[in-house]
Design a protein around this ligand. Structure first.
Ligand code: 3PG
Ligand code: MG
Length: 399
């Protein structure tokens, strides 16, 4: 595995100005109240480790997509108090992230305290990865720490360009994430199984194409399984299905076969005539889907068989639900497979890594999130990692 610089590579930090890239792009309600503070909790150990060493910590983040303009509704100011509460550090907010005024405030701050800088995306140079803007960010720091895996797929000034100007390292959360991902897909214990679910093949084509080369079992669930079934001649009725991707689906099946990857599609399915909670439903084999019915979940026999696949595996990567898990009873297969994975994981028989917004919600719903080895809160970055892509923010920290 490539090795990454970490905080200890930065040397003594007493009195040093350390810029920490966090992802404070947290979900908020209409009153701008935080509805999920996972990302604040995630960067807290890194901020504490730095302030404990007497560093002056400057927190950098984006919020939303203001497209290079000042958009007051996307200010990071409401994050300053929650950050102070989480870290227990005195935390000041400054309404810019570059410039002399920032520099003067930083000079005046006490060692071991924190300043939250304003949204980096208020400047057009951030998303353009502009060299002058990266230099301006770096001008107020002596070192840089990236602790935002969920932003590492972006080659932006605060994730990539800045590393050209300052000694740079991965924070504690990023380091833990990279180790978990390496164990799951870089140098995993085999057999490796992957669950890929979700509505559409089209959004996960690159994921599927990469995984058939790397894993031993590829389990396909959700609406995208219908596209594969239809491509093999199954009549899927009025199920969600990308009929125009039949050739692509057959290509992936052929690639899996030649790579020695076993592709698992459902052999029984749960059908309903409407997509509604508690809708009348029935479970059948694949040859009995009515023209007015849709597939909303993997059947119990298939879900049980997947538990056996997991029991024979050493490593599992999971992205996307098996069925329409938001609505009972179509959450059954997701819950069955998630529980099987959780139990194997808790007893040390299976290393389990999951990621993506829907996936985290599905595993929480099944009550097994705590049992997983690692759950990534990243969306786009986790998918790009599953696609086998180099993440620019990570590559910039390689030794
Ligand atoms: C996210 O919430 O997915 C990250 O903060 C990245 O945001 P972005 O997709 O706007 O770059
Ligand atoms: Mg995103």
């Amino acid at each position: 595995m490539a090795t990454f610089k970490n905080i200890s590579d930065l040397g003594a930090l007493e009195g040093k100005r350390v810029l920490v890239r966090a992802d404070l792009n947290v979900p908020m309600n209409d009153d701008r109240e935080i509805t999920d503070d996972t990302r604040i909790q995630s960067v807290t150990p890194t901020i504490k480790a730095l302030t404990d060493q007497g560093a002056k910590v400057l927190v950098l983040s984006h919020f939303g997509r203001p497209k290079g303009q000042v958009v007051p509704e996307m200010s990071l100011e409401p994050l300053a108090q929650p950050l102070a509460n989480a870290t227990g550090c005195v935390t000041l907010f400054i309404n810019d992230c570059v410039g002399e005024a920032v520099g003067e405030t930083v000079d005046a701050m006490e060692n071991g305290t924190v300043i939250l800088l304003e949204n980096v995306r208020f400047h057009p140079g951030e998303e353009k990865n502009d060299a002058d803007f990266a230099a301006a960010l770096a001008a107020n720091g002596d070192a840089y720490v990236n602790d935002a895996f969920s932003c590492c797929h972006r080659a932006h000034a605060s994730t990539e360009g800045i590393t050209n100007h300052l000694p740079s390292a991965a924070g504690l959360a990023l380091e833990a994430e990279l180790v978990a991902l390496e164990n799951a897909l870089g140098a995993p214990e085999r057999p490796v199984a992957a669950v890929v679910g979700g509505a559409k093949v089209s959004t996960k084509l690159d994921v599927l194409t990469n995984l058939v080369e790397k894993v031993d079992h590829l389990i396909i669930g959700g609406g995208m399984a219908n596209t594969f079934l239809a491509a093999q001649g199954v009549d899927v009725g009025k199920s969600l299905c990308e009929h125009d991707l039949a050739d692509t689906a057959r290509d992936i099946l052929a690639k899996a076969e030649s790579a020695g990857c076993t592709l698992h599609l459902p052999t029984d399915v749960v059908l309903a005539k409407e997509f509604a909670a508690g809708a009348d439903n029935r479970t059948t084999g694949l040859d009995d889907v009515g023209a007015d019915e849709m597939i909303l979940d993997v059947g119990a026999a298939s879900a049980g068989a997947l538990g056996d696949v997991l029991a024979d595996s050493k490593t599992l990567i999971w992205n996307g639900p098996m069925g329409a898990f938001e609505i009972a009873p179509f959450d059954a297969a997701t819950v069955t497979v998630a529980k099987a994975a959780g139990e194997l994981s808790a007893s040390g028989k299976l290393l389990t890594v999951a990621g993506g917004g829907d996936t985290v919600a599905a595993l929480n719903h099944a009550g097994v999130a705590d049992q997983f080895t690692h759950i990534s809160t990243a969306g786009g970055a986790f998918l790009e990692w599953m696609e086998g892509k180099v993440l620019p923010g990570v590559a910039a920290l390689e030794k």
